[in-house]
Write a protein of this length. Structure first.
Ligand SMILES: *[C@@H]1O[C@H](CO)[C@@H](O)[C@H](O)[C@H]1NC(C)=O
Ligand SMILES: *[C@@H]1O[C@H](CO)[C@@H](O)[C@H](O)[C@H]1NC(C)=O
Ligand SMILES: *[C@@H]1O[C@H](CO)[C@@H](O)[C@H](O)[C@H]1NC(C)=O
Ligand SMILES: *[C@@H]1O[C@H](CO)[C@@H](O)[C@H](O)[C@H]1NC(C)=O
Ligand SMILES: *[C@@H]1O[C@H](CO)[C@@H](O)[C@H](O)[C@H]1NC(C)=O
Length: 689
């Protein structure tokens, strides 16, 4: 070989090397991309593509936690004879292993799959770190159709511990935060004095908290300034499609003064489980949108003298959404407000104009309707025209329009030359399709400027997750044969753990308290005489606090509000007599005795109380010093086995009376509820673990 040949050779070798190196660089970057799966939602730790050998097996495999795989885009033609998901700890798939139950937890022979996403959980609490591979395997022929290997250094995604909130001012502090999954942050022992001006949970990117961030809904999904916290453990969920990989810090931040009261940094690249929350994208039809709560949006457009609104809410199918102009010009106030109540029933959608003169269901007070009343029952006009309504992916969307200045003088004008204080609420409808006590409503001022030159929009996608059923307060039964008299007075109905949870009925906000308990079930024996000492208010001018006690066979109560036809179907057992003209008249209206919240209390926090006893202790009881009205009853053979005590004026305040022939054997019959509830919840708890 000559010298020149040698040089040529070297040059050639270099070229080749370059090509080879470039090739490997490209390859490895391609591989890296495969590993990271940069685009698309975070799904956990990527384990790789299923190696495909037979029967068109393919798909991507992730680990979402120690026990569970997520398979994305899984395909299998279903033609194997005896084929299962199969896993084991041997070096490669073979007869040594165990069946991994399918996405339904079943160990059936696999059917055909076309581009399916699902999770598989290893049986018997086996961990992914204890196995070497997951395969689609035919047990009969011992044939491997496809597999994926667990890397040696695999670490399963797990909740990760983070830092503590820095203590800067307003007593902000916490223990270590926990990143539970890609969207959920648990703050332990969180404290804040509640004294900031416009202070929020605030999140964003960069080394330090700054005004260039965005609001984080509080633990109940509110976007209002946050309340005072005293060593509480709360879970915050990042809104819309945001994940912890999109943020660098969480702060308690005052946007009025641009001041950071304390913050915590979020580490990069946390190996946490993916969030199970489903993000529901939405399409706008109107240019402006305000997020009122995590689960409620209002969007609008002004056109000439007219404004079109659209309410979208993640609510139950029959729940109502309400929005309107405040009763006050200087704050957001329910009383005096002019609102729309929008809902969808089995047949169609509605946008009904309401006038709120008192925080109680609409009742007749001396010939006049008072409370939360439809405009058309208080002499006004329904000023809203329904446009469209739809329910999709658990979201109700209802659009309607009205004139800025409507022809009904009772309606509030919507101003364009200034901002408007607004109110909103959502919750359940009662059996008359009237709004019951709202579950969600703001406590702070909300101001909207409807006149926008550039569209404004702070809305984010809805996120849905399995709701944790609330743990109910203790159920009380008064089965003591020696108790023949009952003190009946009024108190708040509590939140989801209280009246609503215990009865499954919507609540009006108030409930009967009997012998110190909220809506106990009473056991009365036929032939014995019992006395109710009634203190539910005897001023018929009061829309909120006029509650004669009645006993009927109707669970809902509110006899006076019902139509004649409905009334005729109900058997009244006590508490009502009929005038000569056949009008019902209550007989047991006593002085008002009311357990009420202390001043400045936020009743939306009722569910924080673990028991009724503790809740009851937080209340203040005030009673008019007059003798109670007496309602004496002697149940007889004609009484049905279950009757109900209730209010004559409002629905959904009382509960059951069991009419028995003997008090013995009752103890066995009165089975505590906790068991049946546990049985219902068990599968759920196992799933969550
Ligand atoms: C802040 O905390 C201190 C003690 O840590 C306490 O004395 C003070 O009352 C707290 N301030 C507020 C407004 O809660
Ligand atoms: C609504 O209530 C207010 C009192 O708060 C009253 O002035 C107004 O006329 C009522 N509107 C209608 C439509 O009846
Ligand atoms: C709407 O806002 C614009 C600019 O802010 C203002 O010029 C206009 O007068 C407003 N419209 C009404 C009806 O007040
Ligand atoms: C609830 O509070 C009232 C008034 O303080 C009290 O009389 C009653 O015994 C309490 N009920 C219970 C179950 O503790
Ligand atoms: C049974 O009770 C009802 C309702 O209290 C009463 O109207 C009726 O007269 C009673 N019947 C008998 C047989 O005592």
């Amino acid at each position: 070989m000559t010298l020149s040949n040698n040089v040529l050779c070297l040059q050639l070798q270099r070229r080749l090397l370059l090509v080879v190196v470039t090739f490997f660089l490209l390859l490895s970057s391609a591989l890296a991309q495969g590993e990271e799966e940069e685009d698309g939602p975070y799904r956990g730790k990527y384990l790789g593509k299923l190696n495909s050998y037979h029967h068109q097996v393919s798909g991507d495999v992730y680990a979402v936690n120690e026990f569970t795989f997520l398979i994305v885009g899984f395909n299998y033609d279903g033609n194997g004879a005896d084929t299962f998901f199969w896993s084991g700890a041997s070096n490669r798939p073979g007869p040594q292993g165990f069946i991994v139950p399918d996405e339904y937890g079943k160990t059936n022979i696999l059917d055909r799959y076309h581009n399916k996403d699902f999770t598989l959980t290893l049986p018997d609490r086996k961990k992914i770190t204890e196995i070497k591979w997951l395969a689609v395997y035919d047990l009969n022929n011992q044939n491997n159709f496809g597999d994926v290997y667990i890397p040696e250094d695999f670490e399963p995604p797990m909740p990760q511990l983070g830092g503590t909130f820095s203590k800067r001012s307003h007593n902000v502090s916490s223990s270590s935060i926990q990143i539970l999954d890609s969207k959920t942050i648990r703050i332990k022992d969180f404290t804040y004095d509640g004294q900031g001006k416009r202070t929020f949970f605030w999140t964003g990117v960069g080394a330090q908290p700054s005004s260039r961030g965005s609001k984080l809904p509080d633990e109940r999904g509110y976007l209002d300034p946050i309340r005072k916290y005293n060593m509480e453990t709360i879970d915050l969920q990042l809104p819309g499609d945001k994940t912890i990989f999109d943020i660098d810090w969480i702060s308690v931040y005052d946007v009025a003064d641009n001041e950071n009261y304390g913050h915590v940094l979020i580490n990069d690249g946390l190996n946490v489980p993916p969030s199970l929350v489903k993000v529901i994208p939405f399409e706008f039809s109107l240019p402006n949108c305000r997020q009122l709560h995590k689960d409620l949006q209002v969007s609008w457009e002004v056109f000439g003298p007219q404004i079109t609104f659209q309410l979208s809410g993640q609510v139950a199918a029959n729940d109502y959404m309400s929005f309107g102009i405040s009763g006050s010009d200087v704050s957001s106030q329910m009383i005096g407000s002019d609102v729309v109540v929008a809902y969808i029933d089995e047949i169609r959608g509605y946008s009904v104009d309401y006038n709120i003169t008192s925080l109680a269901p609409c009742v007749q007070v001396l010939g006049q309707n008072k409370g939360v009343c439809r405009d058309d029952v208080v002499g006004g006009l329904d000023s809203f025209q329904l446009n469209t309504y739809a329910r999709k992916d658990g979201i109700n969307t209802i659009s309607f329009r009205r004139l800025l200045k409507s022809s009904d003088d009772g309606d509030k004008e919507i101003f364009l030359d200034r901002s408007n204080y607004v109110v909103w609420a959502f919750g359940q409808l009662d059996s008359n399709n009237e709004p019951a006590f709202h579950t969600y409503y703001p406590k702070s001022d909300i101001v909207i400027d409807f006149n926008t030159t550039e569209p404004v929009n702070d809305c984010f996608a809805f996120t849905s997750q399995k709701e944790t059923p609330p743990q109910l307060w203790e159920r009380t039964r008064i089965t003591d044969a020696s108790v023949r008299s009952f003190n009946a007075y009024l108190g708040p109905s509590g939140g989801l753990r209280g009246y609503q949870g215990l009865t499954g009925h919507v609540s009006s906000g108030l409930a009967w308290y009997i012998n110190g308990y909220m809506i106990p079930e009473l056991y009365l024996k036929r032939g014995l005489t019992y006395t109710f000492k009634v203190r539910g208010g005897n001023n018929p001018h009061s829309p909120e606090h006029y509650h004669p006690l009645v006993i009927t066979d109707d669970p809902q109560g509110g006899y006076d509000r019902l139509s004649d036809a409905k009334q005729s179907e109900i058997r009244v057992l006590a508490g009502v007599e009929f005038t000569r003209r056949g009008r019902p008249k209550p007989t047991a209206a006593g002085p008002l005795c009311l357990s009420r919240y202390p001043p400045n209390y936020d009743r939306r926090l009722d569910d924080i109380f673990p028991t009724f006893k503790k809740f009851n202790r937080s209340l203040i009881t005030e009673c008019v010093d007059e003798a109670p009205a007496l309602l004496e009853i002697t149940p007889n053979i004609t009484w049905p086995d279950t009757v109900y005590y209730n209010s004559f004026t409002h629905g959904n305040m009382g509960w059951k009376i069991h009419i028995v022939d003997s008090y013995t054997n009752l103890r066995n019959g009165a089975r505590p509820l906790t068991w049946s509830l546990a049985i219902i919840l068990l599968p759920w708890m196992v799933l969550q673990y």
